[in-house]
Design a protein around this ligand. Structure first.
Ligand SMILES: Cc1ncc(COP(=O)(O)O)c(C=O)c1O
Length: 501
């Protein structure tokens, strides 16, 4: 591939008058815009690049080769897990009978899809130990907002005004953001030396905020990959103060089929189907953040829901869409956010994943995810600083290199990994350590893949000692070298046109 030529921006490849199509001479150019109201029509032609077909195809093929996805190689991103996506799931989700559905289609014409939807709601409720799920939210953060709105509606229904949300300092950034968007005030709970919730700090805050506490949001295992040993004490403390417990179940890999948030005392939770259930996360692709609630909170879930028609009725074995009414008599969708059926394709993949594992094998996910993370932890801990010892769950966090004398940072290690054909792990998150380097292998990777990655991490640690400049100036073998992140954030240039005028 001629990267020098076709790797240029499409605007740089543009030559006035060049085109990649030919239309009949009598083609009516006004035809396609004829029905647009005058006010909406362009006054002058759009300034589009003008290229021949081969240039366009080569340019975009070239660009696609610069991508790195979970199907290209090991992608050890922690927290924003990149999951294995079995090809069969993609094929199922792409079936015309599913892909061509319309959300407002009459229920009798899409019984199969409604059955999948219903069964997934039920499966998630069973896996979570909760009463009911809505599949409407389209991402984890969307689920958090929905869940917090459910909690707010619950308190309001009791005439109880509560405005504070307790959130551990190790939480994912979306937790405080969702609370703020929901109009709630964030109160930070400190972590202790083990990286888990500092119980004394929590007790002090519960004492201080008491009747103002709407909820506490928790991730368990937390973002350091550590299971909260005092989770039952925490949920009891918050419940005694009248607050609800929210479980951020973005990453359920470590617990799947083994432990259930409902049994730990959580009232409301979301799950990222695009992390735990086989759709890769990230890249702005479609997501799904179903929200579940314990018994007694079902009325606060957004509508619509898919329900099974009772067995005695004529339509036994059928499913319908329940548009519902909320507690104050309005349609339940008053508290719904976003599209009302969510991203159905992601749900199909999740359901296929659950069915293909089955009730027995789904229990193997957690131990394998934990084994893989601990294998990496044990084999890298001599070169990479392990701030918290003991067994981690699905992910492991290092605090940069053990030997920091040559000034090589976590950012440098991450960039050097690109030269070796690996995607970088999550870096500088969680914020508890200065040089956080977070690795999540997931349950799907083979020992050979993990060994290959570990060898490269060791090699980079050696390079950091013997030739630090090599690591500090990486990457060297990628189409673009080290970019200036700060400049990119400060001067985001999202349109090129202006800059070449
Ligand atoms: C712990 C945790 N919570 C919430 C989220 C938010 O999920 P989403 O990116 O789908 O909004 C993530 C995402 O990476 C996460 O790791």
């Amino acid at each position: 591939m001629n990267r020098t030529l076709y790797g240029n921006l499409i605007f740089e490849l543009s030559k006035k008058g060049r085109k990649g199509y030919s239309l009949p001479e009598d083609y009516d150019r006004t035809h396609s815009t004829a029905e647009l109201p005058e006010a909406l029509r362009r006054k002058e032609a759009a300034r589009l690049p003008e290229c021949d077909e081969l240039t366009v195809v080569r340019h975009y093929t070239n660009l696609s080769h610069n991508n790195f996805g979970v199907n290209d190689g090991f992608y050890p991103l922690g927290s924003c897990t990149m999951k294995y996506n079995p090809v069969i799931n993609e094929e199922l989700a792409g079936l015309k009978a599913f892909a061509g559905l319309h959300p407002l289609q009459p229920a009798e014409t899409c019984q199969g899809a409604l059955e999948v939807y219903y069964n997934l709601q039920e499966s998630l409720a069973e896996l979570a130990g909760l009463s009911q799920f809505t599949l409407n939210p389209c991402a984890g953060a969307h689920g958090e907002l929905t869940g917090l709105m459910v909690i707010r509606a619950y308190h309001e229904s009791r005439g109880d005004v509560r405005t504070k949300v307790l959130i551990p300092d190790s939480a994912h950034g979306t937790n405080p953001a969702s609370a703020a968007v929901c109009g709630l005030e964030v109160v930070e709970v400190k972590s202790d030396a083990n990286g888990t919730v500092d119980l004394d700090d929590l007790k002090r805050l519960v004492q201080q905020e008491g009747p103002n506490i709407a909820a506490m949001m928790m991730t368990n295992p937390n973002t350091l990959g550590i299971f909260e040993p005092h989770v039952l004490e925490i949920t009891t403390l918050v419940h005694e103060a009248g607050g609800l417990m929210y479980y951020d179940g973005a990453n359920l890999n470590a617990l799947l089929g083994e432990a259930r948030p409902g049994d730990m005392g959580f009232d409301v939770m979301h799950i990222n189907l695009h992390k735990t259930f086989s759709t890769p996360h990230g890249g702005g692709g479609p997501g799904s953040g179903p929200v579940g609630v314990r018994k007694g909170l079902e009325a606060f879930l957004p509508m619509p829901r898919v329900v099974e028609i009772p067995a005695e009725g004529e339509d036994e074995g059928c499913f319908k869409v329940d548009w519902g009414t909320s507690v104050d008599g309005e349609r339940g969708s008053e508290i719904a956010v976003g599209s009302f059926f969510g991203n159905f394709g992601v749900m199909l993949k999740a359901y296929a994943y659950i069915l293909s594992l089955g009730r027995e094998h789904i229990k193997e996910v957690g131990p394998l995810a934990v084994l893989n993370a601990n294998y990496i932890k044990e084999r890298l801990k001599d070169d990479y600083l392990l701030p918290i010892h003991g067994v981690c769950k699905h992910e492991v966090v290092f605090d940069g290199l053990v030997d920091k004398s040559t000034g090589v940072t976590t950012m440098d290690v991450a960039k050097r990994l690109l030269d070796y054909g690996y995607h970088a792990p999550t870096i500088y998150f969680p914020l508890l350590f200065h040089e956080s380097l977070m690795i999540e292998p997931t349950e799907n990777e083979s020992k050979e893949t993990l060994d290959g990655f570990i060898d490269v991490m060791h090699r980079i640690a050696q390079e950091a000692k013997s030739d630090p400049e090599l690591v500090k100036t990486a990457p060297h073998d990628t189409p673009i070298g080290r970019v200036d992140d700060v400049l990119a954030a400060k001067q985001a240039l999202t349109t090129y046109w202006k800059s070449i005028e």
